[in-house]
Design a protein around this ligand. Sequence first.
Ligand code: BES
Ligand code: MN
Ligand code: ZN
Length: 503
Amino acid sequence: MGFSSSLGNLRDYQNVGYLAVPLLITEGVAGVSAIIPTELAGFDIPRRFGAEWLKSNGVSDKAGSATVLRSTSGISIILVSVGQDFNNYESWRLVGSAVMRIAGAEAVNLLFPLDVISQASGCAQAVVEGAALSVYDYKAPEKEAELYLVPLDAQEPNSETLRTIESAIEDALSATELVNWAKRLIDMPPRDASPRKLAKAYAKRLGEQENVTVEVWDADRVKAEGLGGLIGVGRGSNEPVRLVYATYRPKASENTPHVVLVGKGITFDSGGLSIKPADSMMTMKSDMSGSAIVMATLALCAELGLNLRVTAIAPMSENMTGGSATRPGDVLTIRNGTTVEVLNTDAEGRLVLADGLTLATEIEPSLIIDIATLTGAQRVALGDQIAAFYSTSDAVAKALENSSEATGECLWRMPLHAGYNPAIESEIADIKNIGAGGGGSITAALFLQRFVADKPWVHFDIASTARAEGGRGYLSKGATAFGVRTLTHFLSEVASKGTLPTA
Ligand code: BES
Ligand code: MN
Ligand code: ZN
């Protein structure tokens, strides 16, 4: 069954499990909303908790810090901090993960005082998101967890309010189901997630959505289509390459924007002949994150019935060292005719994306967005909590920053600095696949820019944020599927405005 969430009611909550009470922290003191009953399941709930008491019980203005008032038979109470603001989405995500961690398999009824929560639907969506994302566990796919939101107000909350909260809960469930689906594929052992097997898994899941069609191109088709970058990267592997091509086209979509997503699908990156050190290879099954992210995003757009066209393209390959592997010094010809001197076979992502981006330019995109675990340099620049993005449009960049603010997936815009173009010049081909002189995430982006034919374009380098090694807040250990929520937020704004952001 997995994770479930819905509206709950204070009158008929179960008499086992947990009741969670949100605390607002101001100047070290915790306040409880006046709406919350002073007596809950046999416990007295004071209106305020002093600084001393909070400190000794580990509750602070850090959202998600919590303490439990235990009863040995029946309901226990979780007192959980929402920090200094009752209307901060990120704080509610942390509250969601904190209460699920405490409750384990037991149900949580979270009191949701509407007198102080003015952004009820956004906060409800956030708390359910945080809960559902945090309970993901690769080893326990069937793990049960339940979160009920119990809206409270001076009067009985009206049915309109309840309906908006209910639909926010449903949106959060749709989003997290697909994010967790992507995380599971990313966390799978790479032998079980070969290009063939993954392409099949994508096609199967997307096939369940209305208004979605999926094509899987096999190696012959990829060759016939002239995808020289993808073929070149695939040469060192016994596993044949694939390209997944998915479209979402809602009815009456003639005049809607068309956004094309391209995701890097390297199912294992050994580095190829420019082989990686053993330690760097340990997480390289995640190098197909971009592909899972674009497929999950497209499926989510379909699930939410967004009014825009989305195409998702995922070139899929292993990067291995077999006897036919591309050598440092070999030249590949990308679909658009550009020749690339491969000087480091470990810079393979840009080679497969070059073909994917070329395909994207051919179908009248309003905007192309690619997402890839592309460079170690991105981690050096921004660390493991912030992804890099590049945009040819300031208005699109601004909109993405707003979406990022809403979803808690941190982004930082980086420059497409044309002055670094000489770093990818080649002596024997149009360009080479490595830069010289530092700024490795930037030179990779400049490489990709050669393949977007001056269409509006955004590039995400998520090398550092694609995994959360130890788990953090509501991020479970391992894959994060970083970007699905932000891209979907952005696309849903585009869909509701009917046009791309303009200055
Ligand atoms: N998949 C890696 C990038 C990566 C590194 C992702 C660490 C996640 C964590 C990519 O294919 C790669 O190997 N990039 C090279 C490029 C270099 C050879 C120009 C890198 O960043 O070292
Ligand atoms: Mn590589
Ligand atoms: Zn790679």
